[in-house]
Structure formats: structure tokens, C-alpha cells
Design a protein around this ligand. Structure first.
Ligand code: GCO
Ligand code: MN
Ligand code: MN
Length: 389
């Protein structure tokens, strides 16, 4: 039954074929669910009210498919998109599953592997563009090491830069309307992955030949695995004009790569994230890169996907409530109030302002004694989240 928390296309909720298609394999156990075809997954997502579906090249076209098989698979997939109205806003390359990539792809020591990675990525970019994608994600899952004896990290950075420069030129040469989004992860499947955080990616982007074509795809779990504040990473990306895409899921810090349903581990973090995205007017996909618990059958997979979207919409509603709450806004105003006429002296540098600041009568003891009422503010937030306010 449709309610306020039912997804609509304008919510821009997307899922990867690999997310709802996850068969529940883990390092200790075999699959628990039968694979569904890409066409079946498109229909499943349409039934749930998703807006789009994203994919790795090999989620759709097996790595050993002949050109004729590829064309047939793509034709059937496009038909399913046309019938359901689903779109493909993002595509990416699987540069981690095949044994050829055991030492990485663009950063691998073997030049043959680096050449194959470029070849595979160009073909996957062609596929993504054919399906209508405007964002192309680079997640360097195997771009890392177990031992730094294997490679100088400076060499790895240079190789990764060369590959991205090559591929931005390829996109320009083909006149594709496509932007890249780099996705950081600190570890798993490698012991350490290069450019481990969104902040590291943002710094690296500025060293590329076409930084204007490249942004980031931050993922909740990837920053939280490292014990970092995901919202802060997203805010930095937004501030830099680089939030091209986002991977939503959840994760308890210090555990394995969990990929839980959005909001499942830490609804309060998820709340501040949703509030941020809605407040700033982020208009990209809300992409769920997560999967159902291994205990689930296909009904459980649907419950998982519905839960991701529903939680996002519930938190969006809570964010509206928070923004409109008079007591919360009053407390924020109090915390930001200028009791020292300091606003007059603050501002861009000038010699006069510097002199004025040096001479200003600022009461250090009084500043330190002031209570900021964040306990009350946070409790009010908690009460909104727990549904009693
Ligand atoms: C992971 C990553 C991947 C990527 C995907 C698209 O931890 O496995 O999050 O799911 O997002 O490969 O680039
Ligand atoms: Mn991930
Ligand atoms: Mn991801």
C-alpha cells in the first residue's frame, strides 16, 4: 500500500544489479539464493519503485561472452528498461573478480594486466554510454597491496593517474557525455587499498589532466570501516563541487565489509547524512550499494531493498521536522549568538581589522564558562528520531 514513504522516480533511488542480485556468497559459505537474470532484476526493481539500475560490465555481459552474445544480452536488457521505465544512470567496470586482477588493474606490476584493464574499461564505458549512463564509477578494489615490498606507492599513484588521464581522453575523443566518480575504500579485498579515503581521492583528482571531469563516489561503509565520519567526507566533496554520486549502505566500524541496508547500523548518522543531502539540494542518484542478509530468500531481498528506500524517506521527513522545530532552531540560534559584538570585527583580512582584533576586549573566562546546550539539542534530535517529537 502506498504511503508517504513509498518511493517515486523523483527520489532517484537506484540499486546495482550486484546488490539485489547478490546470491549470499561469503568467504565462509556458498550462495544461498539462486541467481536472477539481469532482466528479472530490472523487473524486480521496477516492482519495488526504484528509479534506476546500475551495473558493472560483467553483471550484465559475462566476461567470456562472444560479441553476438553480448549484443543479444544488451538488446534484451534494453527492452526490459523500456518496458519498466528504469534508467541506467551509472556504470562501472569489474576490475577485481577475475584472477588476472589479483595484483590490481591500473596499478598492477604486469604491463599486460594494465593494458587489459584499459581495454576492458574502454569497452565497459562504451556499454555504459550505450545504456545511457552519465556517471562512470572507478572503485579500485584491487588497486592495493598486502605488502609494500610489492610496489612503491609513488609508482602506484603514477600508474593510476596515467590510466585515468588515458580514459578521460578516451571519453573526450568519443565525445561521450560522461563524468568519472572515484570511490575510495581503505581495505578489503586488498590488505590496503591506495587512496583510502574520499579526502585522499579529492586531493588526487587535482593532479589529473582533466580534474573537471572527475569527482567522487563516497560510500557510507567505506569511511565508517576506517572509523571516520562519513558526513564530513560528503560535506568536503560537496564543498569542492565533486559529489557526483553516492553509495548508501551501513556498517559497524571495526567489522568486516558488511554492506547492510541503509540505516541498519546507525540511524542517527544516516539521519544527518540524509538531512545534509536534502538541505544542500544534492540532485544525483541515491544509490544503494548494499545487500540483503545471507539469511534471506527473494522475499527478504525485496524487504531489504524496500527498507533502504523507506528509511531514506522516513529520515527525509524527520529532517524536515528537525529544521522546523522551534526549540531546536532556538538552541542553534543561541549557540551562534554574538554576545561580544564580535561579528563586527570578524571578516576578511585588512590591516585595520587585524589592529581592531588585537585590541578587542574579549573575555576569555566568560567565553570558556558559557554552556552550549548541545546535550538538549542532541536529545531533541534523538526524540525526533525515536518518534516521540
Ligand atoms: C565494494 C564496493 C563496490 C563498488 C562497486 C561499484 O565494497 O565492494 O563498494 O560495491 O561500489 O564495485 O564500483
Ligand atoms: Mn563497498
Ligand atoms: Mn560501493
Amino acid at each position: 500500500m502506498a504511503d508517504n514513504y513509498s518511493p517515486r522516480p523523483e527520489d532517484k533511488f537506484t540499486f546495482g544489479l550486484w546488490t539485489v542480485g547478490n546470491v549470499g556468497r561469503d568467504p565462509f559459505g556458498e550462495p544461498v539464493r539462486s541467481p536472477l537474470s539481469p532482466v528479472a532484476l530490472v523487473h524486480l526493481l521496477a516492482e519495488l519503485g526504484a528509479y534506476g539500475v546500475n551495473l558493472h560490465d560483467n553483471d550484465l555481459v559475462p566476461i567470456d561472452a562472444t560479441p553476438a552474445e553480448r549484443d543479444r544480452i544488451v538488446r534484451d536488457f534494453k527492452r526490459a528498461l523500456a518496458v519498466t521505465g528504469l534508467v541506467v544512470p551509472m556504470a562501472t567496470t569489474n576490475l577485481f573478480a577475475d584472477p588476472a586482477f589479483k595484483d590490481g588493474a591500473f596499478t598492477a606490476n604486469d604491463p599486460g594486466v594494465r593494458a587489459y584493464a584499459l581495454q576492458k574499461t574502454m569497452k565497459a564505458i562504451d556499454l555504459g554510454v550505450e545504456l545511457g549512463a552519465g556517471i562512470y564509477v572507478f572503485w579500485g578494489g584491487r588497486e592495493g597491496v598486502e605488502t609494500d615490498a610489492a610496489r612503491d606507492p609513488l609508482v602506484a599513484l603514477a600508474r593510476f593517474r596515467d590510466a585515468l588521464n588515458f580514459l578521460t581522453e578516451y571519453v573526450r575523443d568519443q565525445e561521450y557525455d560522461l563524468r568519472f566518480a572515484l570511490e575510495a575504500k581503505p581495505n578489503e579485498p586488498r590488505g590496503d587499498i591506495y587512496l583510502a579515503t574520499t579526502g585522499a581521492m579529492l586531493g588526487f583528482i587535482e593532479t589529473l589532466d582533466h580534474p573537471e571531469m572527475v569527482g567522487v563516489n563516497p560510500e557510507v561503509a567505506h569511511e565508517q570501516m576506517a572509523g571516520l565520519n562519513f558526513l564530513h567526507a560528503v560535506a568536503q566533496a560537496w564543498d569542492a563541487g565533486k559529489l557526483f554520486h553516492i553509495d548508501l549502505n551501513d556498517q559497524f566500524p571495526g567489522r568486516y565489509d558488511q554492506d547492510f541496508r541503509f540505516g541498519a547500523a546507525n540511524p542517527k548518522n544516516a539521519f544527518f547524512l540524509v538531512k545534509f543531502l536534502e538541505d544542500v539540494g544534492y540532485d544525483g542518484s541515491r544509490h544503494f550499494d548494499a545487500h540483503a542478509y545471507r539469511t534471506e530468500d527473494v522475499e527478504g531481498v525485496k524487504a531489504f531493498a524496500r527498507g533502504c528506500m523507506r528509511t531514506y524517506l522516513i529520515l527525509k521527513e524527520k529532517a524536515r521536522r528537525w529544521n522546523e522545530d522551534a526549540e531546536i532552531q532556538g538552541l542553534l540560534q543561541e549557540a551562534n549568538a554574538d554576545r561580544d559584538d564580535a561579528a563586527e570585527i570578524l571578516g576578511p583580512y585588512s590591516r585595520e581589522r587585524a589592529e581592531a582584533l588585537k585590541g578587542a576586549a574579549l573575555d576569555r573566562i566568560a567565553l570558556g564558562a558559557r554552556g552550549l546546550a548541545y546535550e538538549r539539542l542532541d536529545q531533541l534530535t534523538t526524540e525526533i528520531l525515536l518518534g516521540v517529537r
